[in-house]
Design a protein around this ligand. Structure first.
Ligand code: PEP
Ligand code: MN
Length: 299
């Protein structure tokens, strides 16, 4: 790290006074912690997999069973969703309390921990009763009252980077979580909004450079979500492998049994077969490059 200019707009003073808890204490300082039996920041690179939205009980049970058997460490899926436009149809509709109930049933019956999004303070208790990790979505990255309220539950939290946010603002938002005494915090890169996205359907560009850049400054594990970043299924495999190579501490992937018919963002989820192949490739890459692993010994 350059001692005078540790980050583009981040000064030494910032590390000491703006986000001292998020900042590394020494060059090799890296947080390591357990969430529901899965270690973050250590030898394993955990994978969160599942549909964009908890569409139905049937979908969530099918996905939970399949992604678990293929080695996923957590089931992802939003019951409360930040959908860009206000209009809904029967298919395109948040399942809210029902969705949380189905996630809870799947967790108990299939035995896989859950990460799901919290959008409003009034649902924190309900969601925290089921979720092993509370996800704060990119759109709420700087919703400070929400951040503080989530942190106070002392549940592990994953803070997604807003698609227009600098590293400085992202780390500042993470400090709001740590300052409440909550040490189980994950950061997640999910693509940034720039003019050059290479496809008319792609709204975002995966900022892989933020992985080493963040790791120079913070001890917190950095997760990458290539599904939201690419918004395009054919690119998910290569960008997942690139994320592993960049040093990601975890991967979030949208996986759906029938991707073309996903109720939300049907261009981005991969199917079970692709997920199975990708898990093996990511595992091999992690072992070869870093002596880290993705798959449990028995998967
Ligand atoms: C999601 O992970 O379901 C999601 C909405 O992601 P983001 O907040 O990054 O758009
Ligand atoms: Mn989404």
């Amino acid at each position: 790290m350059d001692n005078k200019f540790p980050g583009k707009d981040i000064t030494i003073e910032d590390l000491k006074t703006k986000f001292p808890l998020v900042a590394k204490k020494s060059p090799n300082h890296k947080s390591k912690f357990d969430v529901s039996g899965v270690e973050f920041g250590g030898q394993t690179i955990p994978v969160f997999a599942g549909p964009n939205m908890v569409e139905s009980r049937e979908l969530i049970f099918d996905t939970a069973k399949n992604v678990k058997s293929l080695g996923a460490h957590f089931l992802r899926g939003g019951a409360f969703k930040p959908l860009t436009f206000p209009y809904r149809s029967k298919k395109y509709n948040e399942t809210r309390e029902d969705g949380i109930k189905w996630l809870s049933e799947a967790k108990k019956e299939i035995g896989i921990p859950i990460i799901t999004e919290v959008m409003e303070e009034r649902y924190i208790d309900l969601i925290a009763s089921t979720a092993d990790i509370l996800q704060i979505g990119s759109r709420n990255m700087q919703n400070f009252p929400l951040l503080t309220a989530c942190a106070k539950t002392q549940k592990p939290i994953m803070l997604k980077r807003h698609y227009g946010s600098s590293l400085r603002d992202w780390l500042g938002a993470a400090e709001y979580l740590l300052v409440e005494g909550n040490e189980k915090v994950l950061l997640c890169e999910r693509g940034v909004s720039v003019p050059h996205t290479h496809r008319s359907t792609s709204r975002f560009l995966l900022d892989l450079q933020v992985v080493p850049a963040a790791q120079e400054l913070t001890h917190l594990p950095i997760i990458v979500d290539p599904s939201h970043a690419t918004f395009w299924r054919p690119w998910v495999r290569s960008m997942s492998l690139a994320s592993i190579a960049a040093g990601a501490d975890g991967i979030m992937l949208e996986v759906h049994p029938d991707p073309e018919n996903s109720a939300v963002d049907p261009l981005q989820p991969i199917n079970y077969e692709s997920f199975k192949a990708l898990m093996k490739e990511m595992d091999l890459l992690a072992k070869t490059l870093f002596k880290r692993k993705i798959l449990f010994n028995n998967s």
